[in-house]
Design a binder for this molecule. Structure first.
Ligand SMILES: [Zn+2]
Ligand SMILES: [Zn+2]
Length: 286
């Protein structure tokens, strides 16, 4: 993962040099990745205690490989990442105001307390969210995601090679249970892969099924493409959700998927203008 992060940082740097400056959102994103890259190298490679048998039986039952209790989080490192990440968000009031003002009052120890992180991981309401409004809570969820992401991706690197792609094919991440927020059609066959919104795991999924509500009713499923045929916007009339995708058979240069999320924000705007909803960030595991 860190290789991808470093490539994105470099690509944005080239873009900055060419144009003189970056749009604020991309500059923010580059700074966020710099924190994740620098502090992410301090994360010890995880050694999940999962036997081959447990892995197969979890996948067979449709359970992701990581539950919250399986995560060994170095709390002082997590606090260090959280502090840097939340300070970075605060440096961009034009992007995150006014919600970011309120979050400055939160005690970092409370945010990274195990019960808060567990609630976040399981998609429940955060215990300290009672004092926050909807946009403040959404922003806090994003800050927690950015802080814990380096840990989740380090697990994903170790665990994903153990997943049989053909046998999973579910609408949520086989590693962390997160929901997908991006997709791509692969270069070889145009097979559709989903990208986890939390740990960036890529997994194989049916082309003609909605990952969010599992409908396969073709009357409910459609997609729009841009004029180059590179990007797609999948929409579902059954659950009203949308999914952005890139067709790698059409893409010109090397594609850095996490960066495509940001490059395609205009697709989010178009989808939401048409009345579709973004993915539900929470895990699908009930
Ligand atoms: Zn995941
Ligand atoms: Zn749906």
């Amino acid at each position: 993962m860190s290789a991808v992060i470093d490539k994105i940082i470099k690509k944005l740097e080239e873009e900055k040099n060419k144009k003189g400056s970056l749009p604020q959102l991309l500059e923010f994103y580059q700074n966020l990745l710099r924190i994740e890259s620098r502090l992410g190298t301090k994360i010890a490679p995880p050694k999940p205690r999962l036997t081959k048998k447990t892995i197969n039986s979890r996948l067979e039952q449709g359970l992701p490989l990581l539950g919250f209790d399986d995560l060994a989080l170095d709390r002082s490192l997590l606090q260090e990442i959280y502090t840097e990440v939340s300070n970075l968000f605060a440096r961009y009031p034009a992007l995150f105001s006014p919600a970011v003002e309120k979050l400055k009052e939160l005690d970092p120890g409370g945010v990274i307390a195990p019960d808060t992180l567990k609630a976040w991981f399981e998609g429940a309401r955060l215990p300290l969210a009672t004092s926050l409004d909807e946009s403040e809570e959404a922003l806090l969820n994003n800050i927690i995601l950015a802080s814990i992401k380096p840990f989740l991706t380090s697990y994903a690197q170790v665990l994903l090679p153990l997943v049989n792609q053909e046998r999973w094919r579910r609408g949520f991440c086989p590693i962390c249970g997160g929901s997908p927020d991006f997709a791509f059609l692969d270069e070889e066959r145009g097979a559709r892969y989903l990208l986890c919104s939390r740990c960036d795991t890529e997994w194989l999924f049916q082309r003609l099924e909605c990952p969010y509500c599992s409908t396969q009713d073709q009357n409910d499923l459609a997609y729009f493409t841009d004029e180059t045929g590179t990007y797609r916007l999948y929409v579902c009339e059954h659950c009203q959700r949308y999914l952005k995708a890139i067709d790698l058979r059409q893409a010109q240069a090397e594609t850095l998927l996490p960066l495509e999320r940001i490059y395609t924000l205009d697709l989010d705007r178009q989808a939401q203008e048409r009345g579709y909803l973004p993915h539900d960030k929470t895990t699908e595991i009930k």
